[in-house]
Design a protein around this ligand. Structure first.
Ligand code: HEC
Length: 127
């Protein structure tokens, strides 16, 4: 009897704590990657031959340019080499932490596409 009662008491405690502190809805937890659908690994080395911009450009075009197209009021363009290379380290972080494409935007990206860009950045984003 005692262990069961304890279990129920602690489950209740968690519930109460959660409702008091709004579990799971803090800013920090919104930034968490959705591990079940997006869990890239940071590449540690660059393959030989290294991928070049033409290898990844179609991915930027498919998955990013619908928003990052330089249109008025839209985020800055990601539609040519200089634009992408200037932002390469930020692009890497956004992809690695699954922040882009925005998870709630409905724009999907396959794990292979995400990994291909990460490898390209790891190689020094060659043109
Ligand atoms: C549905 C629209 C949309 C798509 C698709 C999209 N982005 Fe974004 N992106 C945004 C918006 C809006 C911002 C600015 C606000 C923000 O940082 O969340 C942004 C910001 C960024 C930033 C800057 C973040 C910072 O810290 O300043 C980078 C880098 C980026 N996007 C990369 C990408 C890449 C790479 C892709 C494609 C794989 C992509 N985005 C796809 C809408 C989009």
């Amino acid at each position: 009897m005692f262990p069961l009662g304890l279990l129920r008491a602690s489950a209740l405690g968690v519930l109460v704590l959660c409702s008091l502190s709004a579990c799971g809805s803090s800013e920090a937890s919104k930034q968490q990657p959705v591990q079940t659908v997006c869990a890239p690994t940071a590449p540690t080395e660059c393959p030989d031959p290294s991928p070049r911009y033409p290898d990844v450009a179609p991915i930027f075009e498919r998955r990013c340019a619908s928003c990052h197209n330089g249109a008025k009021d839209a985020p800055w363009p990601l539609d040519n080499y200089d634009h992408v290379a200037d932002w390469a380290t930020v692009v890497r972080d956004e992809l690695l932490y699954c922040l882009m494409p925005p998870p709630d935007s409905g724009v999907e990206m396959t794990p292979d596409e995400r990994q291909a860009i990460l490898v390209w950045v790891r190689c020094g984003s060659p043109e």
